[in-house]
Ligand binder design. Sequence first.
Ligand SMILES: Nc1ncnc2c1ncn2[C@@H]1O[C@H](COP(=O)(O)OP(=O)(O)OP(=O)(O)O)[C@@H](O)[C@H]1O
Ligand SMILES: [Mg+2]
Length: 1011
Amino acid sequence: MESNTKVWIKKRNRWFSGIIVSKNEDQVLIKFDHNKKTEIIDNFSNIKLKNQNCDNVNDLMNLQHLNEPSMLNALFNRYKKNTIYTYTGPILIAINPFKNLEIYDDGNIKNFNNNQIENPHLYGVVSKVYENIKKNKGNQSVLISGNSGSGKTFSTRYIMKYLSKVSSNFDTNENTVERKLLESNPILEAFGNAKTLMNDNSSRFGKYIKIFFDDDSKITGANIETYLLEKIRLINQKDGERNFHIFYLILLGMSNSDKQKYSITKVDDYRILSNSKCYLRDDGISDKSQYEELIQSFHIMNFTEVDIENIFLIISAILHLGNIVIKDNQVIDSFSLKCASKMLSIEYADLKRCFLQKEITVHGETFIKPLKDIESYNVITTMMKVIYENMFNWIVKKINKNFIKTDYNQFIGLLDIFGFEVFHKNNFEQICINYANESLQQQFNKYILKNEQKLYEEEQIEWDFIDFPDNKECLDLFEFKTHGLLSKFDEECLFPNGNDNALYDKICKYSESRDSLNITNMERIDKLFTIEHYPGKVTYNIHGFVAKNKDILNNCAVKCLFKSNNKIFKTFDKNLLLSLTTLSSISISKQFQNQLKDLLGTINKTTPHYIRCLKPNDKNKPDSFQNNQIVNQLKYSGVLEAIKISRHGYPIRMAHEDFNDKYYMLFDKVDFDNKQLISILKNEKLEIDTGKYQVGITKIFLKKDDYEKIELMRNNLLNKSAITIQKIFKGWRIKNWYISYKKSVIVAQKYARAYLARQKVKRMRQNLASIKIQSLFRGYMIRKNYKRAIKLIIFIQRRVRQKIKKRKYRDNYENYCATKIKSIWKMYIIRKHFIQYRNRVIVIQCHIKILLAKNLLIKLRNEKYNLDKLKNQNDLLQNNLNSLQEDYLKQQALMNQMRMKMKQQERESFQKEQNSQLLNEQNSEKIEDVLYKNFELSNIINDYKQNEEESNQLLEDATIQNNQDAETKLLLAMKINELLLKHNNAVEELRRLRANDNNVSLFTFIRQFFQ
Ligand SMILES: Nc1ncnc2c1ncn2[C@@H]1O[C@H](COP(=O)(O)OP(=O)(O)OP(=O)(O)O)[C@@H](O)[C@H]1O
Ligand SMILES: [Mg+2]
């Protein structure tokens, strides 16, 4: 097994396919197909080679690697497609589909009969068999075996149908042998079949049906031989199983009037039917319809009404016998006994006596001895079994009478026999059945060997003795004269006190000298023994072996049966019945061995054809394939053994064409020339020992080693070539891929970049737009807020200014009012003072004037004298006054200038105040004060002006009076001078204060000035 070899791997009893990744001496690294996981396997026996193509092989022998998983896989693949038949060399494997496949119709029969179909099929085998008959190739037999429920009886029935149809040219009317042959089945199945856990219509007997053909290959007759009827079923059935069908057929199918005739009622009234609590079949077939079919078949098979009545009487009698209860040597249920005696046509008293007593003859004297209850029960059950078995044999004979023909040419034997059985508990029946299968297997092995040898001869290859696997050892274990197991079973029955324990001791002793018989210490405790059969080991339980191997009836019972008026009883073999009363009678195992010997003798004289029926699942369900079930059955049916044999000599055989097709790459030139192949195979390059292979006419025969060597070389070559091809292909593929990928990438990049650029531009636009919107919005918001703030500020400013203005105005107004009041008050005071002063002055003046007038008069009188002089003086004064007036005007101009400057300063200070209003609020008060002072000053100035005007007025008045009073003028002039001086001082002081900007001092000064 090299790397990259496809294999099957067994894990947890299941086969998985995989491939060998790597291998060393102890371990193999496998990669499983189903989950792609790798695993190290160290048990090489769990790895089997997998075939390249095993989906549809008609013959499993064509599989290169014929191992368990490959076979299973091939069978499963076919089963899935409803192809239930597959060849394995000479064996036809039939897998029960448990569904109607419609492949058995007349059309198919015709096609197979005309050799138009080569696919594996039941009809294919029969057509070959019938062809041999037609070609006069001698007797043929078809051996059908398999597990219970695998389809043996079904296949037998369809083979019979095929043969009937082709032999009668599809004209099977009621009276032809062919029709009768088919009609025998319902009768045999009614009496020999029963519902079991495995099969609702299980054949509880083996049968070999010989179908005779005349020179024209027409069916002329038939003969049915039966084997090992399961009589014990009459007494006991497993839970869920039934007794033989016939009991249910009559109880469920018969009319009530007929039932009365046989004193029978309903199914659950009979102990032998109600024990297992199962009354109905599960396969949907009704017992009533089967009853009608049975009656019809009886008529076709020439059973008279009396025959049928006798049969039913016996069946009813068995039902009644099964109901008899005996306690303390008394019959408890006399009704059942009476019915039984009536049905059996035996006197009630005779029947009762034979169940309760036995006759013992000692020295010619006969004694009557009462039976123990258990012995009575044994007599009843044995009588039931004997009656049923004999009746069954009678029915078979009666059927056979329909076909008896002595002048036949050839026959086809159909063997429908139980397959190898392994149950949880294996009893006497299983050992007989398995022994029969061992015998048939040996016959089969010999046949395969013969075939192999025939093949070698046909292929003209040199061959010596080939060592084939054999089951002789196991058969000897059974058949060895005097010591064999069958002899021991027989021998034990001959002893009066023979029992299972004594037999077991003998078997234990025997096991010491036999390899295929093993008994472990544990098995000894449970009275078990294990036999190594060809498919594997089977453990048997000794319990009931002796009793089952021999039915012992007492004299009375046998005499009773002789006395019966039933016609069927008259046909019972008297000697055989009598032999049941003696110990020397032939045992069942012996009978079976003899029958088997005859059967094998017959089969050996025929050309055998093998059909192995397989049951794909336990549940009898369609489309369910259980690998384990199939593997076991392949093993038990001997298919694996057959393969072993055919592959033992030269296990690998290949047609030249196939060899060439497969291995041509190893050689420079190969054709189908035998010599050349030989020379090629001798080629040193192949390193094959010439003795280990054979080149036949059409085939090459190889031993496994050689085959593996060639296979290895081929695999290596293929691997190398595959790697080269893969390398080139992968390179090419990668290059192509790269180019197209690059192109695609560029296109993708182009689109991606364009897309990204578009996205970027879009994003930028969006950003710009959003910034714009933001800026506009923010602008709008800020503007809005600004406008609102401005509005608010303006509003506040307005309000504040309004307030300030109002306050200022109010203050101004207050100041004004105060000033006004003050000025009025001051004026009033001044005026008052002035008026007082004036009045005083006037008074004084009056006084003075009087005085003066007096003086003046004097003076005038003097002046009159000095008038000129005075006149001059007056002129001088006039000039002085003019100069004074000029000075006054100058002073007034200066004052105007000062006023202008003051106004200018006022404006500037107001401007300054406005400019520094916000920054220099603290100074605003001062400025306001200054302004106020200015204002006061201006008021003062105004006052002064007023004063001046008044002075002017006064001056004018004085001037007027000047003429009148020179003194007054002088005084006035003095006063004016004084005032002017004061005024000048005030102006000087004002200037100085202004220059110093000393508001406080200015203010103080002004206040002082006016005080
Ligand atoms: N080829 C088939 N096509 C359809 N159904 C089949 C086929 N073979 C068998 N069967 C079904 O399987 C059932 C059991 O088959 P059959 O009675 O032939 O088994 P058997 O091998 O004779 O069993 P036993 O050993 O218990 O007698 C049949 O009743 C039938 O329904
Ligand atoms: Mg059957």
